[in-house]
Design a binder for this molecule. Structure first.
Ligand code: ADP
Ligand code: ADP
Length: 229
């Protein structure tokens, strides 16, 4: 399975060229997309997540058992295999973690209540929020919210997971906890980690790209691309 991005371009109506013919091949495992603020990371992530249109180019998700997906055209198919943690992940403050996950699982088509309960319980344990499953999301710290965000992104066993700036605003301990959690996802999944924090990539990713002003300026192994780590 891999994600093949070819000549992807996007210019916003204000004239900003956010993506300039971006081409990237993203393999299974943890892939880091590193770049400063304004580089075009979120534009690329939102396009892959089918939340915004590109002007030109193509994105193919290949090697799935159910067949290849043309990401820009087969949005429903993408959404069935996608887990997405957006950059600004808002939670409903007066809903409990358990209720919210159950609701999202329902939206993702899990019709059987007992099955949902099992899945939700497993995910809450995985992200270490089981103890607070009956607390309102509004009472959660930033790190807890991010871990909740990963739990919601993991519902339905996604093959492609996109996390956009997941550790921005987290303290070092929370960042560590979040790293450990991401590292467990791995293997049969493509995980794209978009970040401006070098350590996120060097600690977690086996492959990476550096994006700057809408252009991919380097791709390869983090150990080769990032110095002094
Ligand atoms: P478009 O240019 O594609 O028509 P809009 O200008 O309508 O998009 O903005 C869509 C969303 O993106 C809005 O939520 C807006 O707040 C946000 N947005 C607008 N300009 C910027 C920007 N320069 N950087 C980041 N987000 C922006
Ligand atoms: P990053 O995620 O790397 O910070 P973005 O993709 O958010 O980069 O932004 C890339 C460029 O596009 C920036 O110059 C940003 O201001 C601009 N931009 C992002 N979203 C919009 C939007 N909806 N409308 C207009 N400009 C945008």
């Amino acid at each position: 399975m891999q994600l093949e991005i070819r000549n992807l371009s996007k210019t916003y109506s204000n004239g900003v060229h956010a993506l300039k013919s971006v081409s990237l091949t993203i393999p299974q495992g943890m892939f880091g997309l590193l770049g400063p603020n304004g580089a075009g990371k979120s534009s690329l992530m939102r396009t892959i997540a089918t939340l915004q249109e590109a002007d030109s180019g193509s994105i193919q998700l290949t090697g799935l058992p159910e067949g290849d997906i043309d990401v820009l055209r087969q949005k429903d198919a993408v959404r069935r295999v996608l887990g997405y943690l957006p950059q600004e992940f808002g939670v409903y403050p007066r809903v409990t973690a358990e209720t919210m996950l159950d609701h999202i699982a329902t939206l993702k088509g899990l019709a059987n209540a007992r099955e949902r309960k099992e899945i939700v319980s497993g995910l809450l344990q995985k992200v270490n929020l089981h103890q607070v499953r009956n607390k309102n999301l509004g009472t959660f710290s930033g790190g807890m919210k991010q871990r909740f965000g990963i739990a919601q992104a993991l519902i339905g066993n996604p093959r492609l997971i996109i996390v956009d700036e997941p550790t921005a605003g987290l303290d070092p301990a929370e960042r560590n906890r979040f790293h450990n959690l991401l590292a467990e996802i791995g293997e049969n999944t493509i995980v794209i980690l978009s970040t401006h924090i070098v350590e996120d990539v060097t600690n977690l990713c086996s492959d990476m790209a550096i994006i700057c002003l809408g252009e991919v300026v380097a791709t390869g192994n983090p150990n080769d691309l990032v110095e002094d780590v």
